[in-house]
Design a protein around this ligand. Sequence first.
Ligand code: 13P
Length: 247
Amino acid sequence: MKRIIAGNWKMNLGPNQARVFLSELTKQDLSKKAEWVVFPPFVSLAETQKALTGTSISWGAQNAYPAEKGAFTGEVAVPMLIDLGCRYLLIGHSERRQFFGETNDSCALKVQTAQAFGLIPMLCVGETLAQRDSNATQEVVTEQLEKGLSEAHKDKPLTIAYEPVWAIGTGKVATPEQAQSVHLAIRKVLERLLGPAKAKETAILYGGSVKADNAAELAKQADINGFLVGGASLEPKSFAQIGSVPL
Ligand code: 13P
């Protein structure tokens, strides 16, 4: 499958900065072996659509409300994101789980809504340090998948991002062995939930302190199908370099 290299901008790069960033990014020599994706904040999606339409780079949103439209002040609906050319939707990022009350049940509704309107969900899962230390990684990730994918449509595209919470923004990257063992466990859960064919074709991205200098070893692992990059995606050159490793 084609690898995905995705940049989660989090709450960075407003419209003016996004325009400058994307004009630099489109000048980089981006590996054609990967699909490149950016996840700007909502307010920068219109600029992103302007800058990236006609290029090979895709974009998506960091969140959405799981309803078509209506009286939900302050929220953004999936059809609005489609209007802005989005292809992907990040769901259940650990920062949303930690700071904004995102639960496995709300993730399930978002996966269902995204797929219903034609966005590709990128469901984020991952354990905290305390959970890893108490050997609960597999159990936590399995529950996140079972519940988060309870309404998933197995004939529609879907992607998963494994992001151990302790590796996000800390500079502590999972070792290739640690990451591969969870990715394989995720693949097995997907087999059980959605069938072997779907499990095989579903990209499982690794996220958490990914940089050009640790991406190569991670990319060699059989079940790592790409990266979800935070900090290093905010600089066009360092983001592009992540895709220059042998894929
Ligand atoms: P960092 O790459 O900054 O650790 O962030 C990872 C992440 O949360 C991507 O969604």
